[in-house]
Design a protein around this ligand. Sequence first.
Ligand code: ZN
Length: 393
Amino acid sequence: MMNRRQFVCASASAALLARTPRAFAATYDLVIKGGRVIDSSVGLDAVRDIAIAGGRIAAVEANITADAAETIDARGKIVAPGLIDIHTHAARTKEGPPLALLDGVTGWVDAGSAGADNVDAMAAVARGAPQIGRLLINIARTGTAPGGELNNLNAANVALARGAIARHRDVVVGVKARLSESVAGANDLEALRRAQEAAAPFNLPVMIHVGQNYSPMRAILALLKRGDIVTHMYAPGKNGILDEQGRLFPDVTAARRRGIIFDFGNGVGGHFDWATVEKATKQGFWPDTFSTDWNPMSKTTGVVDFPNVMSKFIMFGMPLNQIVACATMNAARVFPSFDDRGTLNIGAPADMAIMELRDGSFEFVDNYKGTRTARQRLFPAGTVLAGKLVKSV
Ligand SMILES: [Zn+2]
């Protein structure tokens, strides 16, 4: 695996993407030639051409020679299904979604920026986004608030949250609760119960943000159901996933076995440190999904972009096809809105992230100013959305 990856990467500094427009009617709208196609949904990791017609994948073959209105030379690049980021704050401004699209993100979920009081504006951003945008409504009516939106438990109003979900069924796909002690004080478990109560009539999942919690992880996990999501899984400090000896709590692995999803959630403050990632992954506890906790300012933080977040797990030795799976197929399975995404199957909507895996010396930062240097990093190199190239470098 490692040898093959290095071999492919050796040629990765090659050509820039080139567009070749043609004037006549063609068999295909677009052909992406010669990329390393990684489609975890069918276990494919090989050099392939991809043909697109009518916004959908029409063929994935070793050599497609039929006419195309446009051809992209992707030699030396990775071509993957479009990235799906299940924890962002992309809906805070209407500029967010198009920015994320440039990083290869063809689907995103805004995780709790808005609560019942301010969801209408963010729902409008989601509906107006170029790619699929969805929201988790914060159980706190204010949405995320600097002082901690759940310190006053009255903010967790089930009736208001349900009303907001009912108003925005087309874009609200779950409920978010931030449970850190700095956000919820001793209210974490009751806030989570109310989040479940708000979600239940709609059969929606709950995403919890953990890290430096007031209550023990086992008490929190006990309130989660199949399909719920734990973001910031590697948050260090009090009441995380590891015991004082650095061993995974059995409740954590048991939660995964009963269908709880564990999400990376990069973010900027308190959400992960290298030591926790290292201890947990050495015990086989890898993320089900990556997410960035992205916002429009993330270029200048440790997040940078989604491929940068993925690259941290190359450094920890996760195979690239598994990394792509976490960022595409696995994320698509979390929310029904992404049912036909995360794949390059024939007939699927033609959303793709084109990335370049560069060799060199790259510094990554955790949320505690810890830095690590790696020899490889993925860079966004192009995005295809509904069969149209939206960016080329
Ligand atoms: Zn967040």
